[in-house]
Design a protein around this ligand. Structure first.
Ligand code: SF4
Ligand code: FES
Length: 255
């Protein structure tokens, strides 16, 4: 099997308060079928063998589900692949001998913790502001499928629910806006009857929290949709804006 080698320029930063810099590395013996994270594992294995500090990066599921692995690779969120996370990217997508730049998400509300690891707890606080439904589970709660939902709504809600909270939309946006993320979460619940009860409060509170966290506003560039590994559509932003209008114009009506 072909063995590949790469020159890497990786962002190294001791902690949140220290300045960081790009550091050069070389890695060889890489299979085209290695994932990007496996390539970094091999680099780290070599660094540890040499007594050097391994490169810190985040990962968990390594199959495109958890959203922890986001890296900025050669100037693109999650690298050159379309509709995939960094952990789903394979080295066959690069040229043998290529120089690869690896950086963390760059956005003020995502401060660097170490090297390539950023603090995305701002997303957790946005979710806590309204990304849930309140259900009384005491006694004999109804089955979840008691309420029939039109197939088209269920499909749209499901599409929105595929957002994994990775933050690529923020990292790629020149305004560092989290609008696509918030729109996906608002849409997911707004499209389902179980989410309607708190819909007006939800959209206002989540957008307010987004602003408080320091994310920028949306200026309709659309880079977020292009770089989103789950291909969350801008339609969700339009839906969220309609939800916000309803909440502002008729705050006391049922819907
Ligand atoms: S909208 Fe897409 S890019 Fe943004 S957090 Fe969700 S999955 Fe990631
Ligand atoms: S490690 Fe979970 S999405 Fe990449």
């Amino acid at each position: 099997m072909e063995s590949m080698r790469f020159k890497l320029k990786i962002w190294r930063q001791k902690d949140r308060n220290s300045p960081g810099k790009m550091v050069d590395y070389e890695v060889s013996g890489i299979s085209p079928d290695n994932s990007f994270l496996e390539m970094l594992d091999i680099l780290n294995f070599n660094l540890i063998k040499r007594g050097e500090e391994p490169v810190a990066f985040d990962s968990d599921c390594r199959e495109g589900i958890c959203g922890t692995c986001g890296l900025y690779i050669n100037g693109r969120a999650h690298g050159p692949g379309k509709g995939m996370t960094t952990c789903q990217l394979h080295m066959r997508m690069f040229k043998n001998g290529q120089t690869i730049y690896v950086e963390p998400w760059r956005a003020k509300p995502f401060p660097v913790i170490k090297d390539l690891v950023v603090d995305r707890s701002a997303f957790d606080r946005i979710m806590a502001a309204g990304g849930y439904i309140s259900v009384d589970t005491i006694g004999n709660p109804p089955d979840a499928d008691t309420i029939l939902i039109p197939k088209q709504d269920a499909d749209r809600a499901f599409d929105a629910a595929t957002c994994i909270g990775c933050g690529a939309c923020v990292a790629t946006c020149k305004n560092a806006s989290a609008t696509l993320f918030v729109a996906a979460k608002v849409s997911h619940l707004a499209l389902l009857p179980q989410g309607r009860l708190e819909a007006k409060r939800r959209v206002k509170n989540m957008l307010l929290q987004m602003e408080r966290e320091g994310f920028g506003s949306c200026s309709n560039i659309g880079a977020c949709q292009v770089e989103c590994p789950k291909e969350i559509s801008l339609e969700n932003i339009a839906r969220m804006n309609r939800e916000l209008l309803k909440a502002i114009l008729s705050p006391h009506s049922d819907d």
